[in-house]
Design a protein around this ligand. Structure first.
Ligand code: NAD
Length: 410
């Protein structure tokens, strides 16, 4: 091993924000570097210290790597770490306005602890320009240090897909950009060793930020097309799934299915792009229309449930008790961020006497606190219900007799 590489092995890596992105990063880096995990949420830190991960962000074997990792909610404990990786949440507010408050707060706190030679890498999905126009100025202001002279900055957007073991953090190529060429070389080596994945160098931080948004905006637009094409197939009396299977035998057809678009990425990131482009005086009507089409699926699904049940279930709709299967934003995962099932339930409550929801994966307290919806998580008899509607096709629902499934409602 040459001296340069030996030095890199002695680098100390801290990951800030230990959620779906930060925790896998921490567990992988922990294999190669002395590491520290920071989260503002003290209960999350307590949980991780007990080797528990309520969000199921990593496998049990990865979680065991935390045994040798420092875990803290005290910023001062990060002072000796030479690389700080930031995986802050970047949601939208109730009006779909991007909210980067957590990212700004983290920059503010990091500004007080970085010293000469520190590298700060941002992993959060943000509007192009955010790292250079928002994050770096805060770091410089709070630290009194200068970027590319005293400290260095990288940006590496995350591509993990929660619940997808095929496309994991160490198998998918990872984009990386930096504030200068030397930092890009340094961070490339650090990430290659830490994650073991292929690193794709981007020519600038802004290009890397824009690439990440493009990936998710493209999916949103394609899903909107699938949702609209599904309506067209319905009027023709043909099945969108069958049409998609046929079409996807062509080499350049993107296989995308219609559906409710919830979660923290695809239904959120286009708003970051739209806010940014509009601040530059440019409207992006295709992106806006796609977003609206995907948001409208909630009403379509609720209306179709009402119509179908009026046809197939004998009885008076307002007296019916309905059971919804699934609450998380997608199948076989427990993440309820921005789940559209909540909105469908709200719509259905206008039509039926009782609308209950069953999802054994989700945290019922969290669902109640965030959405005011009581989600049953333990098995119980479904005989009492007039209809069972599966909105999220978890594998564990396979043996349950359903009145309607999501594919029939799109
Ligand atoms: N989840 C995914 O699959 C995924 C995929 C690609 C990109 N992303 C992006 O990665 C970023 C992180 O997403 P996530 O899903 O890991 O979010 P998350 O909500 O799961 O985790 C964020 C963590 O940051 C902590 N946090 C919040 N404010 C903080 C603060 N001020 N200081 C320190 N810690 C703080 C929270 O307690 C939480 O544990 C977002 O920008 C998201 O868009 C997520």
């Amino acid at each position: 091993m040459d001296t340069q590489n030996a030095n890199k092995y002695h680098e100390k890596v801290a990951v800030i924000g230990l959620g779906y992105v930060g925790l896998p990063l921490l567990c992988h880096f922990a294999e190669t570097y002395p590491t520290c995990g920071f989260d503002i949420d003290k209960s999350r830190i307590r949980q991780l210290k007990n080797s528990e991960d309520a969000k199921d962000c990593v496998s049990k074997s990865l979680l065991r790597r935390l045994e040798n990792v420092e875990l803290t909610s005290d910023w001062n404990e990060l002072k000796n770490y030479s690389v700080l990786i930031v995986a802050a949440p970047t949601p939208v507010d109730k009006d779909n306005i991007p909210d980067i408050q957590a990212l700004k707060e983290i920059c503010d706190n990091i500004g007080h602890i970085i010293s000469k030679g520190t590298s700060v890498v941002f992993e959060s999905t943000v509007a192009p320009g955010t790292t250079e126009e928002v994050c770096i100025p805060i770091l410089e202001e709070e630290s009194g240090l200068k970027v590319n002279i005293d400290f260095f900055v990288g940006y590496s957007p995350e591509r993990i897909n929660v619940g997808d073991s095929q496309h994991s953090i160490n198998t998918v190529p990872k984009i990386l950009a930096a504030s200068n060429a030397d930092t890009l070389l340094h961070l490339t080596s650090l990430y290659e060793r830490g994650l073991g994945c292929q690193i794709v160098p981007a020519p600038s931080i802004k290009v890397a930020e824009a690439a990440k948004l493009y990936e998710n905006v493209q999916r949103d637009v394609l899903i909107a097309l699938a949702n609209q094409y599904s309506e067209y197939c319905n009027v023709e009396g043909i099945d969108i799934q069958e049409v998609t299977e046929c079409a996807s035998t062509k080499w350049n057809f993107a296989k995308v299915h219609p559906g409710l678009v919830g979660g923290h990425c695809i239904g959120v990131d286009p708003y970051y792009l739209l806010a940014r482009s509009s601040s530059k005086g440019l409207q992006l009507p295709l992106v806006t229309v796609a977003r609206n089409i995907n948001e409208r699926v909630v009403k379509k699904v609720a209306e179709n449930i009402v119509k179908r049940l009026a046809d197939i279930v004998k009885g008076d709709l307002p007296t019916m008790k309905i059971l919804i299967l699934g609450f998380s934003y997608k199948a076989d995962c427990k993440d309820i961020r921005n789940t559209k099932v909540s909105d469908v339930i709200t719509e259905l409550e206008k039509h039926f006497k009782q609308v209950d929801c069953f999802d054994p994966y989700v945290d019922a307290d969290k669902a109640f606190n965030e959405y005011g919806i009581t989600v049953k998580t333990e098995m119980f008899s479904i005989d009492d219900y007039d209809a069972v509607v599966e909105l999220v096709p978890h594998k564990c629902f396979n043996g349950i007799n359903k009145t309607i499934s999501i594919n029939e409602l799109l």
